[in-house]
Design a protein around this ligand. Structure first.
Ligand code: ADP
Ligand code: MG
Length: 398
């Protein structure tokens, strides 16, 4: 689960991490009061969307005075102008995709006088099963470009969970950033604070870009992006409360309510499969025959009829879907249960696209019988290869 920058900064502040003072602004009419509360003389108006690259982003349907999703203001009036220019617009950045994201929240922050911009992130390194730090002097924007063309500018190390963050980890960070004296001490303290926050809140990724040295000689986190491990959210109701559903795919939210593993994609073939591995194989074979999957969907091993119905409704509600492939291997799952779920859903929402069903395993004959006797125009398939070819040709892509 992702949260907004201003929420991430509030989480980090609890651990003593140095972040600027700021006020979230949800209505243009609140901008003036927020600006006066902070006092200036420099403010930053920051678009809050779950995507990076905001500074270099561009608003859709450009208007006079537009200048990206992060703007420096030098007076209360300027803050008010920028807020009213940015709220409600759609911002397109390198990370949003061409559709962009609507800016419904802004964050007004104290402006810093920046001397240097660094990059620092923490993530779970699966190969070492540890939390890793990634640090670079080349911060600001475009860390991907640095990783690609100047990998020697990136320093990475991981922390043994038994010892946790030790002073030498902090010194490694300071050295990688070329800091000495008091700034090195600040880097050491920050390293321990960020590690503590990461572990305590079950984060999956924490990215500070930029981490800056201000003209007053202070190390400060000017941007913060956090993703939390969804499997640990039950331990953090305070984090779940920060969820902004308008940032998430409506189909994925609906799927999570039914405990379905669903990821929306861009293709035209809706897939309903049991088991993540089989779902991946199904997506691969759809591509092999020339079409693209509209989603990844694993209904799980022990899906009930209601769960299958819910899954089918989510697939058919997607306007991109031009055909549906149901591919079920009945092990724990029984084919007749799947068949009943599919038919119940078709009865409820109708069937406007071709539907290919491939069933195999426990109670397969009963499952096929239920589908054959339903009276709906369902195309039966014998195996995965046959199923993929049938659905791809049914949508006219073969
Ligand atoms: P994004 O990464 O989405 O573009 P950032 O929060 O990193 O958004 O902001 C982009 C740039 O704007 C930063 O690299 C920094 O140079 C500048 N910036 C951001 N916040 C502040 C601030 N509080 N004071 C001064 N400059 C800032
Ligand atoms: Mg940034």
């Amino acid at each position: 689960m992702n949260i907004h920058e201003y929420q991430a900064k509030a989480v980090l502040r609890e651990f003593g991490v140095p972040v600027s003072r700021g006020v979230p602004v949800l209505k243009a009419s609140d901008a003036g009061a927020a600006a006066k509360e902070l006092g200036g003389p420099l403010w930053v108006v920051k678009s809050q969307i779950h995507a990076g690259g905001r500074g270099k982003g561009k608003f859709k349907e450009p208007e006079a005075g537009d200048k990206g999703g992060v703007r420096l203001a030098r007076s209360v009036e300027e803050v008010e102008t920028f807020v009213s220019q940015m709220l409600g617009r759609t911002l397109v950045t390198a990370q949003t995709g061409p559709a962009g994201k609507e800016v419904n929240r802004l964050y007004l922050e104290d402006g810093s006088d920046i001397e240097k911009e660094f990059y620092l992130s923490l993530l779970v390194d699966r190969s070492t099963s540890r939390v890793a730090f990634v640090v670079s002097t080349e911060g600001g924007v475009d860390i991907e470009e640095v990783a690609h063309h100047r990998p020697e500018k990136i320093v990475a190390f991981s922390i043994d969970p038994v010892t946790g963050a030790l002073p030498h980890h902090g010194r490694t960070v300071a050295k990688a950033l070329g800091l000495s004296g008091d700034l090195a001490k600040q880097a050491e303290k920050l390293t321990a604070q960020l590690y503590a926050a990461f572990v305590a809140k079950d984060m999956a990724m924490l990215e500070i870009n930029p981490l800056v040295v201000s003209s007053e000689g202070l190390l400060k986190c000017l941007d913060a992006k956090i993703s939390f491990d969804s499997n640990a959210l039950y331990r953090h109701p305070e984090i779940v409360a920060l969820r902004d559903e308008t940032e998430e795919d409506a189909k994925e939210i609906e799927a999570s309510k039914h405990d379905l593993n669903y990821v929306a994609l861009d293709g035209e073939i809706g897939c309903m499969v049991n088991g993540a591995g089989l779902a991946m194989a199904t997506m691969d074979i759809i591509k092999l025959y020339g079409a693209e999957p509209a989603n990844f969907l694993d209904v799980g091993g022990g899906a009930t009829r209601d769960k299958v119905t819910a899954a089918f409704k989510i697939i058919t509600a997607d306007p991109k879907v031009k055909g549906i492939l149901v591919n079920i291997f009945g092990g724990i799952m029984k084919c007749d249960v799947i068949a009943e779920g599919v038919i119940a859903a078709v009865k409820e929402v109708g069937l406007e696209t071709p539907l290919v069903v491939r069933l195999e395993g426990t109670n397969v004959d009963l499952g096929k019988k239920i589908i054959a006797e339903s009276g709906f125009n369902v195309i039966a398939a014998d195996d995965l290869d046959d199923a993929a070819q049938k659905i791809v040709s049914a949508v006219g892509k073969a």
